[in-house]
Design a protein around this ligand. Structure first.
Ligand code: PFF
Length: 475
């Protein structure tokens, strides 16, 4: 047992278990639902380029910094930061950004579970459709063959109009998430990741190949990689940073918490780079999976959040074996979403457990229950509460419903702020020897890491936060 070391004796059983769990945390709705949506809305290649810059210059050093905080602190995000602060001889108040991260994780999970609920619903719809096609002896049928391309998008509007259905899916998804987290690090989180992530990768590669052969792959490539810089604005850059942080699961306590279960002998730097780059690779691959299919049937790449739920089923309708591929596609998103929601709940559960002394199952059910209830408000803001405004006085959110307000507040404010504090803490406050020993870096690589986390990340995040929130400063 290389792993078992951390709080309550919990730990990953191997380095690979950690990598799969952390990649599972990183790869999620952000990669498959949000990344292609944002790239589609913001001019493709230019957005991808800025996104990539954020990943390399800010995201990767952040992943390493968080995992090292966790491994040194061996506790939840809040208490791990405090431990690093104490061992560095600086104020315990730095624990605050660990707390921000935990708050961010809980806030993300409120709306994340709602969207994952839509995915679950589509797994059901496409599953029933595929079984129907199979039993009628026509497994190669297109998806929802009995419907017309005009009526397929109403599946989503019907779902949104049905509170009970929305809430049932949300309950189901949260229930599964809580059940897994309650089972523990090895028996729950690790087991889920080692089953779901390999299955996810197989599906991703299969559907991408399918899209490459049946769809417009060259157009998708051009779309994702030809930059149109006229589309870039401070708010787009802010969005790209928020998305990079969100997608890599940084600044939201999850990686600090998972780092707490990593064995002392694991080399952190290569592991962190592998996690970060896999996440980016999956986002790009998801674009290359989705856009050839979208273009094949002449759909709008800039459809926004409905791209995956309304546009793609129309594409699957006319494509060969669309009913099977449609089902596999939503199963793939479901697996990705589940491993991410597990990490979000674990970040909050580990803290609740440490703070109260409750058992793991009790902490998971109570933390998950509270998050679920706030999530109900997010779900209802899609219909009966669509007029409710949480921050009507803040122009950025004056028009936003509860769902969009929490989403925007986390992505545009809380995550960048937490990232800013993390980079200042690791770059300037934490003991240099401690950081050096945990990363295992030396020489030029250590210099590059120090430069990125101490200078590039805080300055870039500060400027992006400033101009993203106050675009008027640029005149
Ligand atoms: N990275 C996940 C995604 O891309 O969907 C979302 C996420 C998970 C964010 C865990 C933050 C986190 F701590």
């Amino acid at each position: 047992m290389a792993g078992a070391v951390a709080p309550g004796g919990e730990g990953w059983s191997s380095r690979w278990a950690f990598i799969l769990a952390a990649v599972g945390a990183a790869v999620g709705l952000g990669n498959i639902w949000r990344f292609p949506t944002l790239a589609g809305e913001n001019g493709g290649g230019a957005f991808v380029l800025v996104y990539f810059g954020c990943v390399v210059l800010i995201g990767l050093p952040m992943v390493l910094s968080e995992v090292l905080i966790g491994r040194h602190g061996r506790s939840d995000a809040y208490h791990s930061v405090i431990k690093v602060a104490e061992d560095s001889g600086v104020s315990r108040k730095w624990g605050l950004f660990g707390g921000f991260g935990i708050l961010g994780a809980g806030a993300i999970l409120t709306f994340y579970s709602v969207v994952a609920g839509w995915v679950l619903y589509y797994v059901g719809v496409m599953g029933a459709d595929f079984l129907g096609a199979l039993f009628s002896g026509n497994p190669m049928a297109g998806a929802l063959a009995a419907e017309s391309p005009e009526t397929i998008p109403t599946r989503m509007t019907d779902l949104f109009a049905n509170n009970w259905l929305l809430l049932s899916m949300h309950v189901l998804f949260m229930g599964v998430t809580i059940w897994i987290v309650a089972r523990g690090v090895t028996d729950g989180i690790e087991k889920a990741a080692t089953i779901l992530m390999p299955a996810f990768f197989v599906l991703l590669v299969m559907i991408t190949i399918y899209g490459a052969f049946t769809g417009e792959f060259a157009r998708a490539l051009a779309f994702l990689f030809t930059p149109d810089f006229s589309k870039l604005s401070p708010s787009v850059i802010n969005e790209a940073l928020g998305q990079a942080l969100f997608s890599m699961s940084v600044a939201s306590a999850a990686l600090i918490t998972y780092g707490g279960y990593v064995a002392k002998e694991t080399k952190l730097a290569p592991t962190a780079v592998m996690i970060g780059l896999t996440d980016t690779g999956v986002a790009i691959l998801a674009g290359l999976m989705i856009f050839p299919i979208v273009f094949a049937v002449g759909l709008d790449a800039a459809a926004g959040p409905t791209l995956v739920f309304q546009s793609l089923p129309i594409a699957f309708h006319t494509m060969p074996a669309g009913s099977l591929v449609g089902l596999l596609f939503f199963v793939l998103i479901f697996f990705a979403a589940l491993t991410s929601s597990i990490s979000l709940l674990e970040a909050v559960t580990a803290w609740a457990k440490e703070k109260t002394g409750w058992s793991r199952p009790k902490s998971a059910w109570i933390a998950g229950g509270v998050i679920f209830l706030v999530g109900v408000a997010c779900a209802l803001s899609l219909n009966i509460w669509s007029d409710v405004r949480l921050l009507p006085f803040w122009p950025l959110f004056a028009e936003a419903n509860i769902f969009d307000t929490i989403d925007g507040l986390v992505g545009k404010v809380l995550l960048p702020l937490t990232a800013l504090l993390t980079s200042i803490f690791i770059g300037w406050k934490a003991d240099r020897k401690l950081v050096e020993a945990e990363t295992g870096l030396s020489g030029g690589m250590l210099g590059i890491y120090r430069f990125l986390i101490g200078w590039v990340a805080p300055i870039a995040v500060f400027l992006i936060l400033l101009f993203g929130l106050f675009p008027q400063l640029l005149g």
